[in-house]
Design a protein. Structure first.
Length: 240
């Protein structure tokens, strides 16, 4: 079955937007219609899809401009790779460090091991469409040493673990605002003292054993955290 014209145009423009600087102005609907040999209505449908994706922004009277979509980290258990792909972004990683270290006290507590006992430390810079999004420092129990040293850690760590029979089924999360240290800001392409989202996740397997502690700094201009909140059945509003 052939791809609908507006979908094909959306895909073509999405690839172009990935390569253009933020703020670049796209050609007018009239020019795009002539280029793709379709009606302006078909072009409008394609641009509507890009607006929904957060790829472009329409400014009345001025035109359509490239922007970068904000990634929403929802209440469900998803990995960085899943979050990026869910927004139509290409995830990738660059491994900065992989080493065995003595567990700091906070890491040991989260992983359920003794302080100063050996753990694996992994640092990665995570990208979306080749743009840095997150600097992640992960710690895992030392039992994963051989697996990590032989794995491709520039892809999804959770897929590596799942292939070895370790499936992540739950996690705890802490989120706070932070100022990115100068090294982190440089790696993330941010100006000095830029705000960041600091997120600490502890991931558990089906047996409730801690598998990974992840301490990450996300670009605050590209990431947001979303939650669904409900009042407990026994909780009542106070009236004045």
């Amino acid at each position: 079955m052939p791809t609908p014209k507006h979908v094909a145009i959306t895909n073509a423009l999405r690839e172009e937007c990935r390569k253009l600087p933020v703020g670049s102005r796209l050609p007018s609907e009239k020019d795009l219609a002539a280029r793709f040999e379709v009606s302006r209505m078909t072009v409008r449908h394609a641009l509507d899809a890009l607006v929904t994706d957060g790829r472009v922004e329409r400014v009345p009277g001025l035109g359509t401009f490239v922007r970068r979509p904000t990634v929403a980290m929802g209440p469900g258990l998803t990995s960085f790779t899943e979050d990026m792909r869910g927004r139509g972004l290409r995830p990738s990683s660059r491994l900065i460090a992989l080493e065995d270290v003595a567990a700091p006290a906070d890491v040991a507590e989260d992983l359920g091991v003794r302080a100063a006992s050996p753990v694996m430390r992994m640092e990665r810079l995570r990208f979306a469409d080749d743009e840095p999004m997150c600097l992640e420092e992960g710690h895992l129990p030392i039992r994963f040493k051989r697996l990590l040293e032989s794995a491709d850690l520039e892809g999804s760590l959770h897929q590596v673990l799942a292939a070895a029979g370790v499936v992540i089924t739950s996690a705890s999360r802490r989120v706070r605002a932070a100022v990115a240290p100068s090294r982190d800001a440089h790696l993330l392409g941010l100006p000095p003292n830029a705000p960041a989202l600091e997120i600490i996740d502890v991931f558990f397997d089906a047996n409730g054993r801690a598998v990974q502690r992840s301490h990450s700094r996300y670009r605050a201009d590209r990431y947001e955290v979303m939650s669904d909140l409900r009042r407990a059945p026994t909780q009542h509003l106070e009236t004045q």
